[in-house]
Design a protein around this ligand. Structure first.
Ligand code: UD1
Ligand code: UDP
Length: 387
């Protein structure tokens, strides 16, 4: 049903545009909140930047895109991807004529969608605004994507006060709102679904029956472009050493990017305690995070989720645009030096007195109400910020 007109009242038509797995996870609760709002007409446009990793997220959250730009090609270049999104989205905006566009985070999809909307004079809301390292080389190209999107967006939805402070200091032209991060909304929704559904719980137990519950679990993810080459070689060396521990199992769902998949499988195949598996769907990944003793990652979203689950997180980067959990002692930056990774993981494994714990904590990144606050802004229920 087209909800843009209803009983002669005009509803604001909000198009949510995203294309990668993390964007889909973080936009899903917001899309659902928009759908539930009687004042808004929602439409979802996916660019398909991550074809294979996107659809399972949409299906779990019950989201049906109205538009699919289908831009993904194997081993795509950033410029190729950007130009395909820009050209195809321009046609979609001309056809569907949204009043407002929502983008998320730091991806090429978010950058191109912001340009496309900006050039057509459509206001943009940026979800997860104001994250910064102020180093354009890391994370690359995401730091530049964030800064550019934040210059063009009309509404800047920041997860934390610190992100909002960056935007104020930069004199960002948009209106700044601190809402919390929608990733926590998604996480809490997912944990509730798992805990309420015995069949789903049983299916997850069966999926991970290859893991010995008496052993400690190290969960690993890694895909950052800055770590391609020497960085990944060091990480693999560290994992090969850690896999020699008899009290430990390592699970590494390997990202589909060929620059990650190739070297990781080449170095690490055939180690009994080390399970290289394809990227996990979101629900099984959440259940493994809950089960892990320690999480080793270069991901942004995993830093936020894992600290919410009370899990120690070691981040394979030199800087992070999410310093709040580092300051709170939940996250430690370990870079990609093999000896340092081995030492820090070993320390946590040796100190852990039980294979895992699963407390959900309040984190700096949100309380589960971010989507509701963003919808309140879109509906004019939150007063505009004074400065
Ligand atoms: C992208 C984002 C990054 C985000 C990450 C999340 C940019 C510049 N980078 O990086 O910010 O943190 O996604 O995962 O937007 N591939 C597949 N199937 C998939 C996904 C990827 O085959 O479902 C392979 C393809 O060969 C693709 C390549 O991975 O060409 C690279 O994917 P791309 O989206 O360009 O970059 P990511 O490294 O995934
Ligand atoms: N994730 C997932 N399956 C995996 C690895 C990660 O569903 O095998 C989820 C994870 O819970 C988080 C998001 O994907 O919400 C993080 O994605 P990624 O690390 O690709 O990107 P980033 O957060 O760095 O942008």
């Amino acid at each position: 049903m087209d909800r843009s007109t209803h009983d002669n009242w005009y509803l604001m038509k909000v198009m949510s545009i995203f294309g990668t797995r993390p964007e889909a996870i973080k936009m899903a609760p917001l899309v659902r909140a928009i759908e539930a709002s009687p004042e808004l007409a929602g439409a979802v446009c996916v660019t398909g930047q991550h074809r294979m990793m996107l659809d399972q997220v949409l299906s779990f959250f019950g989201i049906m895109p109205a538009i699919d730009l289908d831009v993904m090609v194997p081993n795509q270049t950033l410029n190729g991807l950007m130009s395909r999104v820009l050209a195809r989205l321009d046609e979609a905006l001309a056809e569907h004529r949204p009043d407002y566009v929502l983008v998320h985070g730091d991806t090429t999809t978010a950058l191109a969608a912001t340009f496309a909307a900006f050039h057509r004079g459509i206001p943009v809301g940026h979800v997860e605004a104001g994250l910064r390292t102020y180093d354009l080389t890391q994370p690359w190209p995401e730091e530049m994507n964030r800064q550019v999107v934040d210059r063009m967006a009309r509404d800047l939805f920041s997860s934390t006060e610190q992100s909002a402070t960056h935007l104020r200091e930069e004199r960002a032209p948009g209106r700044i709102f601190v809402t919390g991060n929608t990733v926590i909304d998604a996480l809490l929704m997912t944990l509730d679904r798992i805990d309420a559904d015995a069949e789903l719980k049983g299916a997850l137990d069966r999926q991970f029956s290859f893991l010995d519950p008496r052993r400690r679990l190290v969960l690993v993810t890694g895909h950052r472009r800055e770590n391609f080459g020497e960085g990944f070689a060091q990480v693999c060396e560290a994992l090969a050493t850690l896999a020699q521990r008899q009290d430990t199992e390592i699970v590494y769902p390997v990202h589909l990017n060929p620059n990650v998949h190739g070297p990781v499988h080449e170095c690490l195949t055939g180690k009994p305690n080390l399970h290289l598996i394809p990227p996990l769907d979101y629900v099984p990944f959440v259940s493994l995070m809950r089960r892990a003793t320690v999480i080793l990652t270069d991901s942004g979203g995993v830093q936020e989720e894992a600290s919410s689950l009370g899990k120690p997180v070691l981040v394979m980067r030199d800087v992070t645009e999410r310093p709040e959990a580092v300051a709170a002692g939940m996250v430690e930056l370990v870079g990609t030096d093999a000896a340092r990774i081995i030492a820090r993981v070993t320390r946590i494994l040796d100190l852990a007195d039980s294979p895992s714990s699963s407390a959900v904590r309040i984190t700096p990144y949100g309380d589960g109400g971010a989507s509701r606050r963003i919808v309140d802004v879109l509906c004019g229920r939150i007063p505009l910020p004074l400065a």
